[in-house]
Design a protein. Structure first.
Length: 520
């Protein structure tokens, strides 16, 4: 019936007139009977003895939802009453707020590392290379989750994947809070990397589907806000070890455990086990822009009798459509998108740069600029700039265009890093590092926004998962490389490495295609 219905509906274009559809008689002896579909403006009524699900595609600018009641199925457009609009607006804000809280928690986790790295070295009596293994473990978790995300996105609803990501982090912080042996810390960092990568990928996928740069910017600014607060808190726990030698520094991860648990509860309560389409409908955002209408029978018990044992071209057509839907977001389809690899390489360096500065700048200030334990606040200054940049520079992004703005920010960042490199001033370097964070802040939301415009929506979730996951691996490999160089040449090697990273980002951004209207 689906192919006949599509042809009939496409001819009437929702003109409001009744549409008659004569379905094919099936081999099980079911007689053909005339089915009536009335489309009186805002309501579509379909008389059908079996439960039928509707996917509305490009026949209206608003999404259509379906509810089953008895033998009739009513589809209502997303416009609705003022009360419905107000409810959708509240749900929209609640969904965005949930993602914002998730990003704050991730920022708390990532931002705390800088002040704690020297504590790890002293507490476990390890050198630069050994402590850098923690970055590699986190990297392995991110890459594992990047591949896993492509498959779980096809099998599970968004909300369930978000809960899974927080579950990984709950286990990780439970281990870390006891100041375990170093090998156990490595396992915890692996699990934490998996959780962060899943949350990052799914959160950014949802935000990109909103096509709202402000929400994207605020969400990523919230990450910077969390990363700003993280060093302020972890520095206090680092000072506990400096003054007492106690392993109570690990209590910071008890704080993190509480925040991660709160994030899990928020996902369970707000998303209620729903997937992308249901969530987008609830907040009044069109879930997709397809080109036809497809009706599929969801009564599994009667499928054989209705399709005559899957005989005929209608059954074959439905099977082919279903197969294409399953394969549309496959890993192979993602890898066929050339822009995905360029964007992934850019994010790889960007995230690596961000974590390298946030993680090693404290050690640089202590060893090269004579700072004390309070040098941990320099890391806070960097992440404060990161958070502010994602909000205060939105007008610059709009004025210059996101593509041109990135080139400007890279040029300014390189200039600031030269001052940190060659000007031996603790205060001056701290200020410069804060401004480096300011100009780097908009990069991640800009890339995710551009990805939503460049990559076809059918592979968008998997693509963002791969970009975010592969990019997260930069947060391990590049800081590890920094540790290896520091072990041989001293931490002064940090600054030339940062300048080289920024130059490479400029080259990669030049290779990213201009954002044109993607094909769905």
């Amino acid at each position: 019936m689906s192919s006949t219905l599509v042809e009939t509906l496409s001819k009437h274009s929702w003109s409001g007139e009744p549409i008659s559809v004569l379905p094919r008689a099936h081999s099980q002896g079911r007689s053909a009977s005339k089915q009536s579909i009335d489309v009186p403006g805002s309501t579509v009524s379909i008389k059908e003895s079996d439960r039928v699900s509707i996917s509305a595609q490009n026949l209206s600018q608003t999404p259509i939802t379906a509810t089953h009641a008895g033998d009739s199925l009513i589809a209502n457009p997303g416009e609705g009453s003022d009360n419905d609009k107000a409810k959708q607006k509240r749900r929209y804000r609640l969904v965005v707020a949930s993602i914002i809280w998730c990003f704050i928690v991730m920022g708390l986790n990532d931002g705390s590392l800088g002040p704690l790295l020297p504590i790890y070295q002293e507490y476990y009596n390890i050198n630069f290379i050994t402590v850098s293994v923690l970055f590699i473990c986190g990297c392995s978790g991110c890459i594992t989750a990047a591949v896993l995300n492509v498959f779980v996105s096809r099998l599970f609803a968004l909300s369930k994947i978000l809960v899974l990501g927080t579950a990984f982090q709950v286990v990780a912080h439970s281990i870390l809070s006891s100041a375990p042996p170093f090998y156990a810390m490595c396992i915890a960092f692996f699990l934490n990397g998996m959780g962060a990568a899943l949350l990052n990928a799914q959160g950014n996928s949802l935000l990109s589907m909103l096509h709202d740069p402000t929400s994207m910017g605020l969400a990523h600014a919230s990450y910077g806000f969390g990363a700003l607060i993280g060093p302020l808190i972890s520095t206090q726990f680092a000072n506990i070890y400096t003054t007492t030698g106690s392993k109570r520094w690990a209590l910071y991860y008890t704080v993190m455990l509480g925040t991660v648990l709160s994030s899990m509860i928020v996902f369970i309560v707000v998303f209620r086990g729903k997937g992308y389409e249901e969530i987008l409908h609830d907040i009044g955002v069109p879930a997709f822009k397809p080109e036809g209408i497809e009706m599929t029978n969801t009564n599994e018990q009667n499928r054989s009798s209705l399709d005559g044992g899957h005989s005929g071209d209608e059954g074959g057509e439905s099977e082919a459509v279903s197969r294409r839907a399953r394969e549309s977001d496959s890993f192979a389809s993602v890898l066929k998108q050339s822009a995905v690899h360029t964007l992934a390489a850019f994010i790889f360096i960007y995230v690596g740069l961000e974590v390298t500065i946030g993680g090693w700048i404290v050690t640089f200030m202590i060893n090269e600029r004579g700072g004390g334990a309070s040098s941990g606040y320099v890391s806070s200054g960097f992440f404060a700039g990161l958070a502010l940049g994602r909000v205060t520079l939105l007008w610059v992004n709009k004025k210059l265009g996101e593509r041109n703005a990135v080139f400007l920010y890279i040029a300014i960042g390189i200039g600031l890093e030269f001052t940190v490199w060659f000007v031996p001033s603790l205060i001056g370097n701290a200020i410069a590092v804060s401004f480096v964070g300011l100009v780097l802040g908009p990069f991640y939301p800009i890339v995710m926004s551009q990805t939503g415009r460049i990559i076809p929506r059918k592979v968008l979730s998997g693509s963002i998962g791969w970009i975010a996951g592969f990019g997260q691996s930069g947060s391990a490999i590049l800081p590890f490389a920094t540790g290896a160089l520091a072990n041989r040449y001293g931490i002064i090697s940090l600054q030339p490495l940062i300048v080289a990273m920024m130059a490479a980002m400029a080259v990669l951004w030049f290779m990213v295609p201009s954002s044109t209207k993607k094909k769905d």
